[in-house]
Design a protein around this ligand. Structure first.
Ligand code: TRP
Length: 340
């Protein structure tokens, strides 16, 4: 087990992030986020969670949500997040998230929440279920972050606005009560880490377009089919050259290939000089299949070891709760609640 976190331990910088178990994890989650998280645990004290509280803002099938939450944990571990070095937990197991979420709701303005583009998008998409949770989701996300006083919060581009709101709410609260929250820095990886849909290279890879999305647990033949059908570009050049502006489809395949093989764009251009896209695409597919194979196998193995997964999420929740409780207690005191 990793060392107990105490007040006297030399403070490592802290990092936190979460992914909603609303769909199966895919190559974009892995290359854009999870893989880079793993590399941080030597310099940062890292907290990563399954954001299940957020997931029910959209109606879920309960059995699927449970399976995906556990599978996400198994996949985090299989992707290299060592539970001995990272605190991995399920959001709903750490009650302080919901509690601080409520308090922060009272310090977040209706107007601020109304301006969130994700709320506008999701309420248009789920017009039959525009619930209060969907609206106040950013206050819960602010709570997720501020509870841990992190230095760094790696997120995707689509979460930038929520991170800015978190900073505003934290500053507002600190302005009234003194320094309670550390003002967190969002860390948005540069565009190279942004994996686009295989069949719509102008949109982010996402589960909502399954044909353009490679899931971590997907069968090799399905992955290969998706790569063979990947959209390349309508130019007549038919040449593997890195030009994201004019050849976004090829550039996306090149950045995927580069990410899984470690080859540079120049090396890739050289490797495929004189070959058309037809030769390039299945090679990328094979490289991705081989890269994902050990992850898929390890995650499947872990899914059969429920006792192990349980020990990981239990000890994760305990560690997370210890840190979160300190912040929550301070907040409760500041706002005037009688101590328990
Ligand atoms: N809202 C994030 C998403 O949909 C997930 C998330 C919830 C999160 N709470 C967080 C990410 C706190 C970083 C920090 O992708």
């Amino acid at each position: 087990m990793s060392e107990v976190i105490t007040d006297t331990a030399a403070p490592k910088k802290r990092m936190l992030s979460g992914i909603q178990p609303s769909g199966d994890l895919h190559l974009g989650n892995y290359l854009g986020a999870i893989r880079n998280w793993g590399a941080r645990s030597d310099t940062y004290e890292c907290f990563y969670f399954m954001a299940d509280l957020h997931t029910i803002t959209v109606r879920q099938n309960p059995a699927d949500l449970r399976r995906r939450t556990l599978e996400q944990l198994a996949q985090y571990i299989a992707c290299g997040l060592d539970p001995e070095k990272n605190t991995l937990f399920i959001q709903s197991h750490v009650h302080q998230h919901a509690e601080l979420g409520w308090v922060l709701n009272c310090y977040t303005m209706f107007g601020e929440l109304s301006r969130m583009t994700q709320f506008k998008d999701k309420s248009a998409k789920h017009a039959e279920n525009v619930n209060g949770g969907l609206f106040t989701y950013p206050s819960l996300m602010a709570a997720d972050i501020l509870l841990y006083q992190p230095d760094l919060v790696p997120v995707g581009h689509d979460q930038k606005q929520h991170c800015e709101l978190t900073r505003d709410v934290a500053k507002r609260f600190n302005g009234i009560y003194g320094d309670v929250f550390k003002i967190p820095e969002p860390y948005i990886p540069e565009t190279g880490a942004r994996i686009m849909s295989l069949n719509a290279p102008d949109t982010k890879m996402s589960k909502s377009i399954p044909e353009g999305c490679v899931f971590l647990m997907e069968k090799p033949e399905d992955i290969q089919r998706k790569f063979k059908r990947a959209i390349t570009d309508s130019d007549t050049e038919n040449c593997v050259r890195f030009d994201p502006e004019n050849k976004p489809g090829v550039a996306n395949l090149m950045s995927i290939y580069s990410a899984v093989t470690g080859k540079t764009y120049a090396q890739i251009e050289e490797e495929f000089a004189g070959c058309g896209y037809g030769k390039f695409k299945p090679v990328v597919g094979d490289a991705v299949i081989e890269h994902l194979r050990p992850i898929r196998e390890e995650a499947s193995r872990l899914m059969k070891d429920k006792a192990y997964l349980e020990s990981v999420y239990r000890s994760g929740a305990e560690k997370a709760s210890f840190v979160a409780e300190k912040t929550l207690r301070k907040v409760y005191k500041k706002v005037g609640f009688v101590a328990r």
